[in-house]
Design a protein around this ligand. Structure first.
Ligand code: ATP
Length: 239
């Protein structure tokens, strides 16, 4: 690909109290692509996303979104640039109703008509949320909270949607519903960076993938190739 990537991460290094959680991770995401990071527990995937969204400090490295360096930006500027993350654990507002959570997602937007249209679109994408629109976020099931977290992120009109472990803790049926929505968003052209424990599903959803191992990228390539790679199959796909 000769077009510049929308997101470019180079030689990312992050430590917790002097211990390297991410040693050197580089990857890129192009506009319209779904890219996944897979790896075992503790490999450094969530740390990478937290560094990317400026929630933790870097020791070294460069990260750029649409050509603009992220390294010195405070985290709250990222949504206005179009980088929106659905964190592990979802982070919804439990004391707000579903529709209020959605409005919070759109708090930077100045187009009330389009916001209202997008809210209706979220209810089409997640019919379960429509049934629950007047319920408090805290009363939703885990799967419904994941849907709400994704819908709230989408209400910000992201240019890059970052999903950290969207199927974590969900029943297989609920996880499948979430994967189905990710597939649909990707088909519609949404740019997605996905971290997912279910490596098989992640590789089926994403166009390209990076395998993270002990804070390093051990392998990368087209997901369709990695799905058939003997090492990946043995280590991550339970083959
Ligand atoms: P998982 O799928 O289990 O979330 P991961 O690939 O996302 O794994 P990270 O959560 O990024 O991995 O963790 C990378 C390493 O950093 C692990 O060794 C972990 O124990 C360590 N770590 C993560 N968060 C902290 C923290 N707040 N303080 C100290 N060490 C941490």
């Amino acid at each position: 690909m000769d077009k510049k990537p929308l997101l470019e991460v180079k030689d990312l290094c992050v430590s917790y109290s002097g211990i390297h959680a991410v040693k050197s991770i580089s990857f890129e995401v192009h506009e319209g692509e779904c890219v996944c990071l897979i790896g075992s527990n503790g490999a450094g995937k969530t740390t990478t996303l937290k560094a990317l969204t400026r929630l933790i400090a870097l020791e070294r490295g460069e990260m750029a979104f649409d050509g603009q360096s992220l390294v010195k930006l405070p985290p709250w500027t990222l949504v206005s640039m179009g980088m929106v993350m659905v964190p592990e654990g979802r982070g919804i507002f439990t004391r707000m109703r579903v529709q209020e959570n959605l409005k919070m997602g759109a708090h930077l937007r100045q187009d009330p008509l389009a916001v209202a249209q997008d809210e209706e679109r979220m209810y089409e994408l997640f019919p379960r949320l429509k049934e629950r629109r007047d319920h408090l976020g805290g009363y939703l099931s885990g799967g419904e909270q994941q849907m709400l977290a994704m819908a709230r992120a989408l209400m910000a009109c992201p240019r890059l949607l970052i999903l950290d472990e969207p199927s974590m803790g969900l029943s297989p049926i609920m996880a499948e519903k979430i994967f189905e929505v990710i597939r649909q968003l990707s088909k519609e052209g949404m740019t997605i960076l996905l971290v997912e424990q279910n490596a098989t599903q992640a590789l089926r959803l994403a166009k390209r993938a990076y395998v993270i191992d002990s804070g390093l990228v051990s392998l990368s390539g087209e997901s369709s190739d990695l799905l058939h790679d003997p090492m990946v199959r043995q280590a991550y796909l339970g083959a």
